[in-house]
Ligand binder design. Structure first.
Ligand code: FJE
Ligand code: FE
Length: 318
């Protein structure tokens, strides 16, 4: 009887293989959770460099080996001890996302917006047509975090500046089978971030216990990367070499990625993905536009305090 059922099942199952089964299993790797699993296409080590005033950054996206990963312009892992930081400087044409890993950064801008970003908090700043601000280390000792720059599309570059602030307690988390996720943008393990991403973005902070693994789906057409914060992990293919801290991993196209912690220590990484804008990018430091003419205009606006930089005229951070 069992034999008959098994045979029936087998027959039916094999009849159902295309196209049903292909949706949940890869043809090349029956173990995979994805139809087209993403692999590591490129690995780059982010070496320390000096930035701002006495701060150190490990730049992963934005360095010469990885100038741009549309829509992402820059990812810095920064460290600063008081009085170090990033004194008064402008932005136009993109968003900055500051995620504190340890400590505090005090910020203030030319419109009177100010506050402190503490361990686990996120500041999602849409610079739009213009922000001038300072971002300075505020706690004792080393203040440590990540800052991501996300490009804005041509139609959004000159929008009104906007802040979305998430206190650590407000960041939704999920935990299952040794995997913990903090959802900064997008959705994972059944929880969703309230952040509005003008350029569609996923930003997840994963911590894996020893021997844990995670499957995370990622929209097919998006560019995606991981950056290792703690420990070491295996990305994309179970037989690949473990990757350690300060490395950025650009993922190949596909519908999701699997990550394993084969080590005996916890591992932590951020997984970030975004819908490419497919537009020309012309960057001049903190100004990111679509053409040189727009950059020239921006430099003029900044110089003469107009078109969004009006409040720069008499403002200095305190
Ligand atoms: C900037 C140099 C800079 N990474 N990480 C040039 F350093 C900056 C800048 C930052 C920055 C700020 C924080 Cl809080 C964290 C950072 C670079 O402010 F905008 C330009 N143009
Ligand atoms: Fe800034």
């Amino acid at each position: 009887m069992t034999l008959i059922i098994n045979n029936l099942f087998k027959t039916h199952n094999s009849l159902l293989v295309p196209p049903f089964c292909s949706r949940i299993m890869s043809q090349s790797d029956p173990q995979s959770a994805f139809n087209r699993p993403r692999m590591v296409a490129k690995k780059v080590l982010a070496k320390p460099q000096h930035e701002g005033d006495g701060a150190v950054v490990r730049r992963s996206i934005g360095r010469s080996e990885l100038k741009l990963l549309d829509p992402f312009l820059m990812l810095d892992e920064f460290s600063a001890s008081p009085p170090a930081g990033f004194p008064d400087h402008p932005h136009r044409g993109f968003e900055t996302v500051t995620y504190m890993l340890q400590g505090r950064i005090a910020h203030q801008d030319f419109a009177g917006h100010k506050g402190t970003i503490e361990t686990g908090d996120v500041q999602w700043m849409t610079a739009g047509r213009g922000i001038i601000h300072s971002e300075m280390a505020a706690g004792e000792g080393v203040q440590w975090g990540l800052q991501l720059w996300i490009n804005l599309s041509a139609k959004d570059k000159m929008i009104e500046p906007r802040y979305q602030e998430l206190r650590s307690d407000d960041i939704k988390q999920a935990e299952k089978d040794g995997v913990e996720v903090r959802v900064i943008a997008g959705e994972s393990m059944g929880v969703q971030s309230p952040v509005y991403t003008r350029t569609p973005t996923m930003y997840l902070d994963f911590t894996l216990k020893p021997r844990a693994q995670v499957h995370q789906s990622i929209p097919e057409s998006w560019n995606a990367f991981a950056y290792v914060i703690e420990g070491e992990g295996v990305f994309g293919s179970i037989n690949s070499s473990p990757v350690s801290v300060h490395n950025v991993l650009v993922l190949s196209p596909g519908d999701g990625v699997t990550v394993w912690n084969k080590s005996s220590k916890p591992m932590r990484f951020v997984l970030i993905a975004g819908q490419p804008l497919n537009e020309p990018v012309v960057q001049y430091g903190p100004f990111v536009m679509n053409s040189q003419a727009e950059i020239d205009q921006t430099i003029e606006d900044y110089h003469y305090c107009k078109n969004g930089f009006e409040m720069a005229k008499y403002w200095r951070s305190q």
